[in-house]
Write a protein that binds this ligand. Structure first.
Ligand code: NI
Length: 186
């Protein structure tokens, strides 16, 4: 089932997500709905707060970057209760967007290598290291479960220039091709 994606300005996007209890009976359905919602919006990642659930859960499908990084051909993963253990390397910029912040894309600097511990859908505890686009998407989604958005990482002047457009999103005054829910829609 496609769920409405929560837009910039909703307080749920600012909360630190709660840990999920092992074998929580509702998680399976939530994950399925999140896949439906993400693909419906042509996204490459989606975090639970973006569908109104303040939980430490996100999904990533990086297969669309297969052309540049062939090892991503089958990269489709669920991250439950993740903890980024380490981020290393020299920061690199990439033009990021977010399904909760429609119409805005900005260059964001992030470190290229991450090590993350998480549970997969089968509740197996894994520790893995990622680089390139996989690391980038995971960092973006991880920020969501920490109550952060990519626009927070911009320099102060850029943030100031962006504010009128962000204010429009809070009010739902944006064109979008997928289902969204806005905090302050008139
Ligand atoms: Ni996002």
């Amino acid at each position: 089932m496609v769920l409405p994606i929560v837009g910039y300005g909703d307080p749920v996007l600012r909360k630190v997500g709660e840990e999920i209890e092992e074998n929580d009976p509702h998680i399976k359905e939530l994950i399925k709905n999140m896949w439906d919602t993400m693909y419906n919006a042509n996204g490459v990642g989606l975090a639970a707060p973006q569908v109104g659930k303040s939980l430490r859960l996100f999904i990533v499908d990086a297969s669309t970057f297969e052309e540049d990084e062939p090892e991503l051909a089958n990269f489709k993963k669920v991250f439950i209760n993740p903890i980024i253990l380490e981020e290393t390397g020299k920061e690199w910029p990439y033009n990021e967007g977010c399904l909760s912040v429609p119409g805005i894309r900005e260059d964001i600097d992030r470190k290229p290598v991450i090590t993350i511990e998480y549970y997969n859908e089968k509740w197996e505890l894994l520790e893995e290291t990622y680089t390139g686009m996989a690391a980038r998407i995971i960092q973006h989604e991880y920020d969501h479960i920490e109550g952060k958005l990519f626009t927070d990482l911009l320099p102060p002047l850029k943030k100031k220039l962006l504010k009128p457009r962000l204010d429009k999103i809070v009010k739902g005054d944006v064109k979008i091709h997928y289902r969204m829910r806005f905090f302050n829609r008139k």
